[in-house]
Design a protein around this ligand. Structure first.
Ligand SMILES: C[S@@+](CC[C@H](N)C(=O)[O-])C[C@H]1O[C@@H](n2cnc3c(N)ncnc32)[C@H](O)[C@@H]1O
Length: 322
């Protein structure tokens, strides 16, 4: 029997013999013979439709009109956190020519020729990727839930020479972008999926992409139990910094399985193995170059020699096709 479980649990799906009902948080068991799955919000309805796309139960789903308060409060927390970061930036001192890093290159290689493409930079933050894409001649829509970050992007983009690419900006949650249907050839994003409700975000991505369009994301992955234990139990204690927002959640195999119900093609790439480097970053704080070299060498050796461990890397690149 498969159970429908909320985000972050190990498995989810739907059984026709038992239903769990999500009402803004806890999921309550219903009468096991219930004919319908009643959902607390439109976004949860969309999520369940995506999950059971190939299940006759999809036709029995039903929504009740309750706002998705949980989603809205997460967006507010994310917005406030990143607006505060944006206020701390010295925008004029930020270069507009930041070079892409190694993982960016993997993502950009997968994306191919960018000139003239309509690209959504999902969760653009301060806009390094947006600026790079504009300089490649792409027409870019930079979207972020933080209006402060959107202001930073606009200000930086105004310092770019004309590259032929056009910039549009949107301050909105990715899950409810209100962008037109089929309006993008490509969606790119760095460290955004693990900030959003992946299931409803996936449906929104599919909606705004043209048929055959693709999305590629660099993400934090959550399938290495040791790393997740350290993140949940050690970060924020004993002088180990806790980075990021309270609601973010590294992407799990369950999230990726959910994406398979929405996109025709889903590939998880593991171009690097990042494991010990997290210890270097969080505990040693990259203070010893020699230690960093050794640690990086061990991670690289694991990547080269033990391919089956690659999926336990902290970094994953997720490629999706409509
Ligand atoms: C870790 S930062 C990454 C920023 C940028 N992509 C980069 O790599 O520099 C995550 C960004 O996602 C934005 N964000 C968080 N939740 C979001 C949501 N639901 N919809 C859109 N943007 C969101 C945050 O405001 C933040 O700018």
């Amino acid at each position: 029997m498969i159970l429908l479980k909320p985000h972050g649990y190990e498995a989810y799906g739907i059984t026709s013999t038992a239903c769990l009902v999500p009402i803004d948080g806890p999921w309550l068991p219903l009468d096991p013979s219930c004919p319908n799955l009643v959902l607390a919000s439109p976004s949860r309805l969309k999520r369940a439709h995506a999950l059971c796309a190939h299940d006759e139960l999809a036709e029995t789903l039903e929504a009740v009109d309750v706002p998705d308060r949980q989603g809205e409060s997460i967006w507010a927390r994310e917005r406030d956190f990143h607006d505060a970061l944006a206020r701390q930036l010295d925008v004029d001192a930020l270069s507009v020519n930041r070079q892409p890093g190694p993982l960016d290159h993997v993502m950009l290689d997968l994306a191919g020729d960018l000139r003239g493409l309509r690209i959504l930079d999902a969760g653009c933050g301060q806009g390094d990727l947006t600026l790079h894409l504009l300089q490649q001649g792409a027409n870019v829509t930079a979207l972020d839930v933080s209006p402060g970050m959107i202001e930073v992007v606009r200000s930086r983009a105004s310092r770019l020479p004309d590259t032929g690419g056009q910039l549009a900006t949107v301050a909105a949650p990715l899950e409810q972008s209100e962008l037109p249907d089929a309006s993008f050839d490509l969606v790119l994003g760095k460290y955004i999926l693990h900030h959003i409700d992946v299931s409803s975000g996936a449906l929104e991505l599919r909606r705004v992409l043209r048929p055959g369009g693709r999305a590629i994301f660099i993400e934090n992955a959550g399938d290495n139990r040791l790393l997740i234990f350290a993140r949940d139990r050690l970060a924020g204690r004993w002088g180990i910094p806790r980075l990021g927002t309270e609601d973010e959640h590294p992407l799990t195999a369950g999230d990726i399985a959910g994406l398979r119900g929405v996109f025709s093609r889903v590939v998880a790439h593991y171009p690097v193995f990042e494991f010990l480097v997290l210890f270097d970053r969080q505990v040693l704080r990259f203070k010893s170059r020699r230690a960093s070299r050794i640690i990086r060498g061990i991670d690289n050796a694991v990547h080269r020699r033990i391919p089956r461990l690659r999926r336990y890397s902290y970094r994953v690149i997720v490629e999706l096709e409509v």
